[in-house]
Design a protein around this ligand. Structure first.
Ligand code: PMP
Length: 364
């Protein structure tokens, strides 16, 4: 490339992007990687074989553009979600990050604001500023819960165009009640996104925000195949909402944004949903083992309905993170003082993390 590299500050970058830092969770090849809330179990072999057949068939037509409306995949998601949903209420994209970006492109943008309750998923502010909109952060209680009155009052005051409600919340794992979602919806004229990326790890008898969709045309419930479905590398996220809201997303998506190979792989994976999801119970068990063991070690794990645990009581998070790294275990420093976050892995990975942490503890 001629050996010339322009420095970022010499480029005519948009003013509102100057000084910003890209998303940057470390991708280190460590034996035990529990830092980005993946499902660390591989796709079951019988499903992988069927996905491969479907992708091979799609490859024969790859000279043609894919179905722009990804109709078969949308039908698959509607079936999977249930609640009487139909394909015209479903949207999908390359990861729920792109799904969220589509919503912001349609409903945020220059001169508008998006709002979320900090600490929450770090991509919300980045996606917001990417569309030229302003991010406004609200607050939570000390234990990171969000009660309906406080949430509604904060949203009413901020008057945002888009509200993010992460349920359960990343990075804290905190559940969110349907009462809070309803109160926030009633407190705004904007779009309300309930991000249920980790919903499959919540207790089975808990109601999803999908049950609130009827008669709420500004409500969006987003999901992903990256977590429970063990499909993070395939990049498939989706949402359910009113058909009119889906029409708005068609205005901003790139034509043919979901490749035919992605559509084929995701459709095949959905045909095997129960098999794909069979490790969820095991992951939940490992999550609860992490919490119990952290507690016994003197740390302060937060209640989690997701596949990860945020724990407090860490004297020096950077030092503990580094000590674990040196023992081959990668977890996440999310920047909350005295806290670290760890994803629940397989039983062996979870044991490796807990043993490594205990060894640091005893070495201290
Ligand atoms: N929402 C939340 C709350 C997340 O934690 C993540 C991933 N860490 C995403 C959305 C995006 O996931 P993906 O783009 O892989 O679907």
């Amino acid at each position: 490339m001629g050996g010339v590299t322009a420095r970022l500050d010499q480029l005519p970058l948009r003013d509102d992007l100057r000084g910003k830092t890209p998303y940057g969770a470390p991708q280190a090849p460590l034996p035990v990687a529990l830092n980005v809330n993946e499902n660390t179990h591989p796709v079951p072999q019988e499903v992988a074989d069927d996905i491969l057949d479907s992708v091979a068939r799609a490859l024969r037509d790859v000279n043609r553009y894919p179905d722009r409306e990804f109709t078969t995949l949308r039908e698959g998601f509607a079936d999977y979600l249930g609640h009487g949903l139909t394909a015209d209420q479903i949207w999908a994209a390359n990861g729920s990050n792109e799904v969220l970006q589509h919503i912001l492109q349609a409903f945020a943008g220059p001169g508008r604001t998006a709002f979320g309750f900090a600490p929450t998923y770090s991509m919300y502010p980045l996606l917001t500023s990417g569309t030229g909109a302003r991010w406004v952060a609200g607050t939570r209680a000390h234990d990171y819960t969000l009660d309906p009155d406080s949430a509604a009052a904060q949203v009413a005051e901020a008057r945002p165009d888009v509200v993010f409600l992460c349920s359960p919340n990343n990075p804290t794992g905190t559940p969110l009640t349907l009462e809070t979602i309803e109160a926030v919806y009633d407190a705004t004229d904007g779009i309300v996104i309930v991000d249920e990326a980790y919903q499959e790890f919540a207790p089975r008898d808990e109601r999803s925000a999908l049950t609130l969709l009827p008669d709420r045309e500004r409500l969006v419930v987003s999901r992903t195949m990256s977590k429970a479905f063990a499909f993070a590398g395939a990049r498939v996220g989706y949402l359910a909402a009113d058909p009119a809201l889906i029409d708005a997303l068609r205005l901003v998506r790139l034509p043919y944004h979901l490749s035919s190979l992605t559509q084929a792989a995701a459709t095949a994976a959905l045909r095997h949903a129960p098999t794909m999801l069979r490790m969820v119970d095991d992951i939940v068990e490992q999550r609860d083992r992490i919490s119990a063991t952290l507690d016994a070690l003197g740390y302060e794990p937060l209640d989690s309905w997701a596949n990860f645990v945020l724990f407090g009581g860490v004297a020096d998070p950077a030092a503990t993170w580094q000590a674990l790294y040196e023992r081959g275990v990668l977890i996440r420093d999310v920047g909350i003082p005295h806290h670290l976050r760890v994803s629940a892995g397989t039983e062996d990975e979870t044991t490796a993390f807990l043993d490594a942490l205990a060894s640091i503890e005893s070495a201290a």
